[in-house]
Design a protein around this ligand. Structure first.
Ligand SMILES: Cc1cc2nc3c(=O)[nH]c(=O)nc-3n(C[C@H](O)[C@H](O)[C@H](O)COP(=O)(O)OP(=O)(O)OC[C@H]3O[C@@H](n4cnc5c(N)ncnc54)[C@H](O)[C@@H]3O)c2cc1C
Length: 230
């Protein structure tokens, strides 16, 4: 892996205060002052303004866990599967329950390290905006190998509300889908995400062997349940 320089060409080998830890070779360090986040990529560096580097081999679960270990008021808006790798996921935009508030993961990626077919290690400036756009939405493997992403951590409240609800076809599924289509994307605040998965019920007892449509609603609200119900 090449030698990376921090913003403004500044390398830092000491002075990162705060927490640090290493999990499976991926080292994180987060400053103890709000807004200071640092990570290690071969050399110790520090970034400000709520940014962090994540190596492309990390999973979403490792990323979320690392952030949560350091801060209860930072998060990252990407997918829900904890075993998903950030290498592939961030390169196809990556959507999750903070989509309505903060967009996709790609919207919060502000730099990357990419090895191209000539073996050159490129940052955002060196690769140019077109390639930087493509590796975050068009599948990075068409263009090279991503070593790491620089991400913008977003603000989350210390308490969030999650809920899930299953509804069978005979419980008014058609009306609920219609209502969800008109309400979930427009008439609720951006802090509220209501996902709908339409599947096939496997409750053979209730259906006497027949297959029927079943709805699964998954809800996340960036705030406490009291605020959600107001
Ligand atoms: C259980 C599960 C849940 C999911 N949930 C969501 C979700 O909530 N939201 C969502 O948007 N998507 C979701 N997905 C889809 C997921 O984002 C894609 O499958 C993604 O491509 C997975 O990336 P990966 O690195 O884990 O997989 P891989 O199969 O390792 O990689 C997928 C592709 O990306 C390329 N790639 C991987 N790493 C790099 C790298 N470092 N540089 C260049 N190319 C690379 C690979 O070559 C391959 O072409 C889910 C998938 C699963 C299996």
């Amino acid at each position: 892996m090449g030698t990376f320089e921090g913003e403004g060409g500044r390398k830092q080998d000491k002075g990162c205060r705060g927490w640090s830890g290493t999990r499976r070779g991926r080292t994180w360090e987060v400053g103890d002052e709000m807004g200071e986040v640092a990570a290690e990529l071969g050399e110790r560096m520090r970034w400000r303004h709520n940014n962090a580097w994540v190596q492309a081999g990390a999973t979403l679960g490792e990323l979320y866990y690392s952030i949560a270990e350091k801060s209860h008021v930072h998060g990252f808006p990407s997918g829900q599967g904890r075993t998903i790798g950030v290498g592939g996921h961030f390169s196809v935009a990556g959507f999750g329950p903070m989509l309505r508030k903060y967009g996709t993961a790609a919207d919060q990626i502000i730099d990357a390290r990419l090895v191209n077919a000539n073996g050159e290690v490129l940052n955002r400036e060196a690769m140019g905006e077109d390639l930087f756009w493509a590796i975050r939405r068009g599948g990075a493997s068409s263009f090279g190998v991503v070593l790491a992403w620089k991400i913008n951590l977003v603000a989350v409240p210390p308490i969030v509300t999650v809920a899930s609800l299953d509804k069978a076809y005979e419980q008014g599924a058609t009306e609920l889908v219609h209502k969800w289509q008109t309400v979930a994307s427009r008439q609720v605040p951006r802090e509220l995400y209501i996902e709908l998965i339409v599947g096939v019920s496997n409750n053979t007892n209730r259906l006497a062997g027949r297959r029927a449509i079943e709805l699964k609603f998954k809800v996340m609200f960036l705030g406490p349940s009291k605020k959600l119900m107001q």
